[in-house]
Design a protein around this ligand. Sequence first.
Ligand SMILES: NC(=O)c1ccc[n+]([C@@H]2O[C@H](COP(=O)([O-])OP(=O)(O)OC[C@H]3O[C@@H](n4cnc5c(N)ncnc54)[C@H](OP(=O)(O)O)[C@@H]3O)[C@@H](O)[C@H]2O)c1
Length: 244
Amino acid sequence: MKVVILGGTSAIATETAKLYAAKKAEIVLVGRNEDRLVVIANDLVVRGAVLVKTLVADLGNCGDKDAGLNHARELIGGVDLILLAYGTLGNQPEAEQDEKVAAEILAVNFTSAAQWCLAAANLLESQGHGNLVVIGSVAGDRGRRANFVYGAAKAGLETLVEGISHRFANKGPRAGLVKPGPTITPMTEGMERGGLLWATPEQIAKVVERCGRKGGIHYAPWFWRYIMLIIRNLPSAIFNRMDI
Ligand SMILES: NC(=O)c1ccc[n+]([C@@H]2O[C@H](COP(=O)([O-])OP(=O)(O)OC[C@H]3O[C@@H](n4cnc5c(N)ncnc54)[C@H](OP(=O)(O)O)[C@@H]3O)[C@@H](O)[C@H]2O)c1
């Protein structure tokens, strides 16, 4: 199995990569922290990966994405799965006051991610096989005052991946999206973490791996499907009084 991971230093991506390493995958990790990429790559080789290459790039702000993906593919001689895992929560109060902060959250989580997905879709369609897996968020299901700029970007990304999945229907490739709930990773450092609703990156990784095999939209863990069903359907009069 040949895997390209955009956002290779993400905690969720790292745990997912360990699952692929155990299956003797060949992996390209793309990210902007070279030292961290090398540490993760070495660990994946110890865990069974046949080959791990690293590419350093600011994924939110880089040039020709078709060329970038082709380069990654050449490093491991093909690609069966492209995982888009990078993202940033950003600072919601600052984003409401400073358009540059809002633009950065939207550029990382939506604009650039959408462009990578479109490039990935073209690559997979041209070769006639392979899966695109994207990490969205439950935050995209309903705008909340705590994080609605981030949530809006993730909602847009979900619609885009849904469209790519529709485009792929009856063709070889597949596209899917994983929507994690709150997860204990560097992204949520500083928050009050713990309790039944918080997941570990290992739990989310299993869902990402499943999405890579089956495509479709997957909440992670599964119970978020039902929580978000309720939250999406709450009347505004009730929802607006909730501090969530
Ligand atoms: N943790 C949660 O509660 C949660 C919930 C729902 C969805 N998600 C989503 O899950 C995905 C993975 O996040 P995580 O939880 O694993 O958090 P994480 O460990 O903090 O990973 C985020 C990753 O995104 C990378 N990144 C951000 N901006 C980048 C850029 N411009 N170029 C390249 N890489 C960039 C970071 O790289 P650096 O190390 O270089 O900063 C980091 O590796 C994200 O899409 C996130 O939105 C997370």
